[in-house]
Design a protein around this ligand. Structure first.
Ligand SMILES: Cc1cc2nc3c(=O)[nH]c(=O)nc-3n(C[C@H](O)[C@H](O)[C@H](O)COP(=O)(O)OP(=O)(O)OC[C@H]3O[C@@H](n4cnc5c(N)ncnc54)[C@H](O)[C@@H]3O)c2cc1C
Ligand SMILES: NC(=O)c1ccc[n+]([C@@H]2O[C@H](COP(=O)([O-])OP(=O)(O)OC[C@H]3O[C@@H](n4cnc5c(N)ncnc54)[C@H](O)[C@@H]3O)[C@@H](O)[C@H]2O)c1
Ligand SMILES: O=C1O[C@H]([C@@H](O)CO)C(O)=C1O
Length: 493
């Protein structure tokens, strides 16, 4: 048993660098620049409320997608064994969250994905890190024991079971939580589902098994993926959302129309420009209908709400929350305003260097890359700024027997005018071209792997493109060739 005497961890980092970081003197206060060394050590005394056996050199709070990839990088550097602790709210090790609205929702006879099949890092072709993997690599994982309090001065965390953990370096990877409809309008009725973790997905699967009429609220990623999944279960499915078309944050109206038509061919109904007034329960207490603001009533025995997500910043607000995009503000090395504390994944508000703005990105590619970049920074002398190229994708109607699979990717920034080519024949491409004629963003449905591989090159180098040539393209292949040829002439990088 360790004594309560003061203890020092000798080396947290091999980095000799002295870093420059914006230090904020509290929420909302002005930024100032200070210098500090990432080399941190701390001593624990009984007076500080610490106990030797509660000391942890590196702590990751949150056991989600980013945490799994961060753990892998710790292992790659030989810095995990006995040094790394993951404090998780969930009962299972990190997994590839995207699967929850894809393979997880396949009908029972179509081989649905289940854990341990999709633990990180299989989604990017890596090793499947099961609970045994964490044990074998000497990584302590505290399951179902979320951090409920944080004290930056004493470098301590308190978990819901009452554990006090003292950390040397801390990585916040608490992700997002689903936005909810208020309880007073029926947002918590049995049969009303939100989907963020495996427990949510299990609950939805059990409802789908006995459902007849599905109402999906929200026309974003979750709405589109869950509605497509419901088609696989042959369920009467309606999507309702306030905007004029689906995927309003990314799709153009024309692109959205094409996808809506394909969903309609699969039997999905759309109610656009509509908001929910309340959800009502039947005599069994389960949801039975939704009343829209215009007074119309939609019957439904299962409701799936996908109305966006919010970054989970508590209990770390004091570390510094970005007032515009929410989330914990970090610099291009994922360092927060507090020395030794980092944030990654959905919860991090980071400098999106390419477009010179602070952003949060709620997609798995960034979760994976930010985790790797952050841990490299922490463990090595790396000082390379994170230079992220936004990448979003979706895959639906993948289950065996579906009439066609949808598989799109988008890279870059959806700003400027657009040129759209193709009509699910089987491909579609959309190019976003800014006022300076540079190609800013590119979207492709059902490309070959070679075609998909071209997209990041285009979006990264932002070549000058001839819009009229793209408009005259006779096929998606032709348009991609025109874009490819512009790489040689007018690329930025
Ligand atoms: C259903 C669904 C499907 C998705 N599909 C795609 C997709 O197809 N493509 C794509 O690019 N992106 C997709 N995403 C987004 C992607 O999953 C996220 O960007 C990614 O999971 C972010 O990783 P993260 O580690 O930051 O957060 P998360 O993976 O959400 O992990 C955060 C973890 O922290 C835990 N936590 C929170 N608070 C605490 C606390 N106080 N103490 C301890 N633990 C805590 C949470 O329980 C969770 O386990 C999807 C998201 C969802 C919900
Ligand atoms: N393929 C992917 O990348 C993927 C797939 C699933 C989930 N996710 C992630 O999961 C999170 C949640 O996804 P999401 O689809 O809920 O968010 P989203 O932001 O993609 O879509 C939210 C939708 O709900 C609508 N909406 C907002 N408020 C509403 C209200 N009060 N009533 C009805 N509709 C309302 C929005 O207008 C929008 O259409 C996001 O972080 C998302 O990136 C990503
Ligand atoms: O990135 C992803 O990871 C999972 C899955 O591939 C893991 O098996 C999934 O469905 C993705 O879209």
């Amino acid at each position: 048993m360790a004594s309560a005497a003061a203890q020092c961890f000798s080396s947290y980092s091999s980095s000799p660098a002295t870093w420059v970081l914006r230090q904020r003197g509290g929420l909302g206060s002005g930024a100032r620049v200070l210098q500090f060394s990432p080399l941190r050590s701390f001593s624990v005394s009984a007076a500080a409320g610490g106990f030797d056996n509660q000391n942890r050199e590196y702590v990751i709070v949150g056991g989600g997608n980013a945490a799994g990839y961060a753990a892998r990088t710790f292992v790659e550097h030989g810095m995990a064994d006995g040094r790394l602790c993951i404090v998780s709210k969930e009962p299972v090790p990190p997994y590839e969250r995207p699967a929850l609205t894809k393979g997880y929702l396949f009908p029972p006879d179509k081989k649905p994905a289940r854990l341990p099949g999709f633990h990180t890092c299989v989604g990017s072709g890596g090793q499947r890190q099961t609970a045994e993997w964490y044990k074998e690599n000497g990584i302590e994982v505290l399951y179902e024991d979320p951090v409920v309090a944080f004290d930056g001065k004493t470098q301590t965390l308190k978990t819901s079971s009452g554990k006090i953990l003292k950390y040397g370096s801390l990585i916040i990877s608490t992700g997002c939580e689903a936005s909810r409809l208020p309880e007073k309008i029926g947002g918590k009725l049995p049969g009303v589902h939100y989907i963020r973790d495996v427990a949510d997905a299990d609950s939805l699967v059990s409802s789908l098994g006995r459902a007849k009429k599905i109402l999906v609220i929200g026309g974003g990623y979750i709405g589109m993926e869950v509605a497509a999944a419901a088609c696989g279960w042959n369920l009467d499915t309606t999507i309702v959302f306030p905007e004029e078309h689906i995927m309003p944050r990314l799709f153009t109206p024309s692109l959205a129309t094409k996808y809506e038509e394909l969903y309609q061919q699969n039997g999905v109904k759309f109610i656009k420009g509509a908001l929910i007034d309340k959800l009502e329960a039947g005599s069994d207490g389960r949801v039975s209908s939704a009343v829209l603001k215009d007074g119309s009533v939609l019957e439904a025995d299962t409701v799936i709400v996908g109305i966006g997500a919010k970054p989970v910043v508590e209990p770390f607000e004091a570390v510094g929350v970005n007032p515009k995009v929410g989330g914990i503000e970090v610099d291009s090395l994922f360092r927060t305003s507090v020395p030794g504390i980092f944030a990654i994944g959905d919860v991090a508000a980071f400098p999106l260097k390419m477009y010179n703005r602070i952003a949060r990105v709620e997609h798995v590619d960034h979760a994976r890359k930010s985790a790797h970049h952050c841990v490299e920074t922490l463990l090595t002398s790396q000082t390379k700024a994170y230079d992220y190229l936004p990448y979003f994708y979706s895959r639906v109607f993948e289950y065996e027997g579906s009439s066609r699979k949808i598989w799109w990717q988008f890279y870059g920034d959806n700003v400027g005018e657009t040129v759209e080519v193709g009509n699910f024949d089987p491909k579609i491409a959309t190019f976003w071209i800014d006022t300076d004629s540079r190609l800013k963003g590119v979207f492709l449905e059902s490309g070959t792997s070679e075609e998909f591989a071209l997209l990041p090159q285009l979006a990264r180098s932002q070549p000058i493109v001839d819009k009229s040539k793209l408009q005259a393209a006779t096929s998606v292949e032709d348009a991609l060739e025109i874009a490819r040829s512009s790489l040689q002439s007018g690329a930025l990088v």
